[in-house]
Design a protein around this ligand. Structure first.
Ligand SMILES: NC(=O)c1ccc[n+]([C@@H]2O[C@H](COP(=O)([O-])OP(=O)(O)OC[C@H]3O[C@@H](n4cnc5c(N)ncnc54)[C@H](OP(=O)(O)O)[C@@H]3O)[C@@H](O)[C@H]2O)c1
Length: 341
């Protein structure tokens, strides 16, 4: 292994507003030696996710902040290249929450072995992994869409949003997406069968555009973005509407707290429910969720896109692209080919 180089990405300062390359440092390091019970892993794919922005702040949240001068970490698909574990062999593909590094070691309990025959391994970071499960549990448990109801989803062309809309269609709802480009609008309408899609960047008066797209009002609003888009949707709620509060990406890079319309009155007069959730709340049911998503995928009822940026050196660009709407579907970074291929 010694002829290979290793590198990791450290968070070296906390971003104020939109992060930039300056907040991160690529550092050359030795390839670590696995200890008993550990494996040496070569990163194949890494996932960049909006929630990572929150971990870059030094504030209390549902996960601790990333530590300064330590590697950023997240969902990674990797190959076992050396094993001192009785459970994993060289050539096995695994998934885990691992540091952004070319090579790393992990205990056998810290990773889960993948079966590449079941589905492409990248789906474990997307439609069959954390984002897919977020869509599944948030929509079905909190949104509870019924046949003929109108479901609106913001961030509709992303990893979570595109899955939410398709599950809502499976449940017989009328689905309206909100997304930021014509390419995304066309994809959602023509490929995924959304009933209507509003391009919030082009709409001008977003409330008016949504009103036209939702002539019967809004029964379920799956909120991925927050801000003015959500204010507009919430003004169109029907009685007993449900809002799974999944993300607020439009606010993640604001330097000052945003003050919007007070929405409580809308919730009150419509007897509406709004409920925040974190996908890990459903950890005990992940097996059931992944099985159902996998079945829908096999039956052709669910489709997915992946936006794959090539090269570890482009990881930060890929991460920042999430806040500029550069991704259609799940944003991934391809770091290396498996040795076996
Ligand atoms: N609660 C949980 O457990 C949980 C788990 C996973 C994800 N999430 C949240 O779910 C949301 C979607 O996550 P994802 O992984 O599926 O990401 P994603 O949607 O694949 O990527 C982010 C997308 O957000 C949109 N966006 C970025 N800035 C925006 C802005 N200022 N206003 C409106 N839209 C904006 C962009 O699309 P456009 O081109 O359409 O703008 C971008 O492509 C995020 O808020 C994330 O934090 C929550």
């Amino acid at each position: 292994m010694t002829e290979q180089k290793n590198q990791h990405i450290l968070l070296t300062s906390r971003p104020k507003g939109m992060p930039s390359m300056e907040n991160f440092t690529f550092e050359d390091i030795e390839i670590p030696e696995p200890q008993n019970g550990q494996v040496l892993l070569k990163t194949l794919y890494l996932s960049v996710d909006p929630y990572m922005r929150g971990r870059m702040n030094d504030t209390k949240s549902y996960v601790p902040p990333f530590e300064l001068n330590q590697p950023v970490s997240g969902g990674i698909v990797a190959e076992v290249v050396q094993s001192r574990s009785g459970e994993l062999e060289e050539g096995d593909l695994v998934i885990g929450n691992l540091p952004w590094a070319l090579y790393t070691t992990a205990g056998e309990q810290e990773v889960r072995k993948l079966d590449p025959e079941l589905a492409p391994v990248t789906t474990n970071l997307g439609i069959l992994g954390m984002p897919g499960l977020t869509a599944y549990f948030g929509l079905l448990d909190i949104g509870n869409p019924q046949e003929g109801e109108t479901v609106v989803v913001s961030g509709a062309a992303g990893a979570v949003g595109s899955t939410v809309g398709q599950i809502a269609k499976i449940k017989g709802a009328r689905v309206v997406g909100i997304a930021g480009s014509e390419e995304k609008v066309n994809y959602l309408k023509n490929e995924l069968g959304f009933d209507a899609v509003v391009n919030y960047r082009e709409a001008g008066n977003i409330r008016q555009a949504l009103k036209e797209a939702c002539p019967d009002g809004v029964d379920v609003y799956f909120d991925n973005v927050g801000g003015e888009i959500s204010d507009a949707v919430i003004s169109l709620l029907n009685k007993y509407a449900r809002i799974p509060l999944c993300g607020q990406i439009s606010l993640y890079n604001l330097e000052k707290q945003d003050v919007g319309p007070r929405i409580q009155g809308q919730l009150l007069i419509n007897s509406a429910l709004i409920k925040g959730f974190i996908v890990s709340n459903y950890a005990s049911q992940f097996g059931e969720g992944a099985k159902q998503l996998g079945q829908w995928l096999q039956e052709g009822k669910l489709k997915y896109e992946e936006n794959v940026v090539e090269g570890f050196e482009n990881t930060i660009d890929a991460f920042l692209g999430l806040f500029k709407g550069e991704n259609l579907g799940k944003q991934l970074v391809k770091v290396a080919e498996p040795s076996q291929s």
